[in-house]
Design a protein around this ligand. Structure first.
Ligand SMILES: Cc1ncc(COP(=O)(O)O)c(C=O)c1O
Length: 462
């Protein structure tokens, strides 16, 4: 029993003290986030070897475990929740969402049905309603809170295929893939790798995918999209990851649906434009059959949290059903809308974020990041950088005057710890990509970023 107490973290006699110590350390991390290196110092990375211990015969104390985690772990984090992080599309964490997350951790709910967690069921139902309002999508759609846009895309595409096949008289649940009519998937050449992963896992076959030619902004060229039919899934993008561009939903969705196709929209981060003053970028997106979007990117909620949204909730509920003799099925129970049978209440920090932002705050969050992207793009262009995209959203694609210099600048910026952003490829050549997605980033951070890039451009030219 003594040993179990040790393992359980109470060797020092007090679980509450331990949690308080964890909270103190977490508070101090957050309080210093603005001054942390955006990427760890080399010595912090070297110190990570401290975790490579032998599996202990006898458990260590929880206090010591927490100490190791913070003393060695915290300095080796990328400060991606801080204001100087411009990599991928990560976003910070809004205070209300972070606070809700802490309480939800203490609750440790199986947030899959009302029976297993009444509070989670009620709050997530509310969060789902607000998401549909914020994104102005059909209010009767089903919303599953999944781990990521990738997982939610799997749920949406599974629902899409099952529904198209059902219309063609094929029972997917009973007969599966063997002998099934072929469902064809069309997607832009620039589709995110997460969508391709989802399609591969679902068994569509990479060689069978119809890749759509794109224009200079990465949008499917409307005139070159082949005719769809009633066994077609057309995947479109709200926010291409490099340029932030949007497919022409208003033209493409009605065209495909008139022929019986299912249209899915990957809106991992870009769908939030719909809640902003740039809403017109997404005109027509509301006609799609399913959508995925993340909370953990632009909504600034903690990792991990995303949504699978399906116009006909029953299509998702039947595809994702977790029905078992002891678990009654309903289109509103999260266990029937996500991949997981058991899951944590990841919709609650999302509810907290939406409740504290309100419509106004959400619009400001998205608008501010868009204008930050445009502002930095202008300044970098004036300093001799090439800006490769039309900056309509929060992504800026940048090149120096040659590929080698572009790569050197990116590596030097990453090593500096002053800011962090990553490399990408655009039209076959290296570029770096700046993403403005955090509520924390302010003018001072932008000035620092521009100064860093101006200095590095000067250095590589000398
Ligand atoms: C356009 C797009 N789709 C999908 C994804 C995958 O999202 P997640 O990491 O939540 O699976 C990303 C991630 O950057 C993305 O930018």
């Amino acid at each position: 029993m003594d040993q179990l107490n040790g393992v359980a973290g109470t060797a020092d006699g007090d679980e509450i003290n331990l949690l308080q110590a964890a909270d103190e350390r977490a508070r101090s991390y957050t309080a210093t986030i603005g001054n942390r290196r955006a990427w760890p110092a080399p010595e912090a990375l070297e110190a990570l070897s401290a975790f490579q211990e032998d599996f202990p015969e006898h458990g260590m104390t929880a206090t010591d475990t927490l100490r190791l985690l913070d003393d060695i772990g915290s300095p080796a984090t990328s400060a991606s929740t801080g204001p100087n992080y411009f990599g991928y599309v990560i976003g910070g964490v809004l205070p209300a969402a972070a606070a809700a997350e802490r309480l939800v951790l203490a609750w440790d709910q199986r947030a899959s049905t009302f029976d297993s967690s009444p509070v989670s069921d009620v709050i997530e139902t509310q969060a789902a309603r607000w998401i549909l309002e914020a994104l102005d999508l059909p209010r009767s759609a089903g919303v599953g809170f999944g781990t990521s846009a990738t997982a939610c895309t799997i749920a949406c595409l599974a629902a899409a295929r099952r529904a198209l096949l059902a219309r063609a008289g094929w029972n997917w649940d009973r007969h599966g893939a063997q002998g099934a009519p072929v469902v064809r998937v069309m997607l832009p050449e620039t589709a995110h790798v997460a969508l391709i992963k989802a399609l591969r896992i679902l068994g569509f076959g990479l060689d069978n995918l119809v890749r759509l030619p794109v224009d200079g902004s990465g949008r499917a060229i409307v005139e070159q999209v082949p005719d769809a039919d009633d066994l077609t899934i057309l995947c479109l993008q709200a926010g291409e990851v490099n340029t932030g561009s949007f497919d022409d939903f208003a033209k493409l969705i009605p065209m495909a649906q008139a022929r019986g196709a299912w249209v899915h929209v990957d809106g991992a981060f870009g769908l939030w434009a719909r809640a902003s003053s740039s809403r017109a970028l997404c005109d027509g997106v509301e006609w799609a059959d399913s959508w995925t979007a993340d909370g953990h990117k632009w909504l600034n909620t903690p990792y991990d949290g995303a949504f699978a949204i399906c116009r006909e909730a029953d299509n998702m509920a039947t595809a994702m059903s977790s029905e078992a003799v002891y678990a009654p099925t309903s289109a509103s129970a999260q266990q029937n809308l996500t991949l997981e049978f058991s899951r944590r209440a990841r919709g609650i920090p999302i509810w907290a974020a939406l409740r504290t932002l309100g419509r106004d705050g959400l619009r400001q969050l998205v608008d501010r990041n868009i204008s930050q992207a445009q502002h930095v793009a202008e300044r970098l262009r004036a300093e001799g950088y090439e800006i490769l995209n039309d900056v309509v959203l929060n992504q800026v694609l940048v090149r120096a005057d040659d590929d080698e210099r572009t790569q050197r600048i990116c590596r030097a910026a990453q090593a500096s710890g002053v800011a962090w952003f990553g490399m990408t490829r655009w039209e076959g050549r290296p570029a770096f990509r700046l993403s403005f997605s955090s509520w924390r980033t302010n003018q001072e951070n932008l000035d620092k970023l521009v100064a860093l890039l101006v200095g590095l451009l000067r250095d590589v030219k000398n």
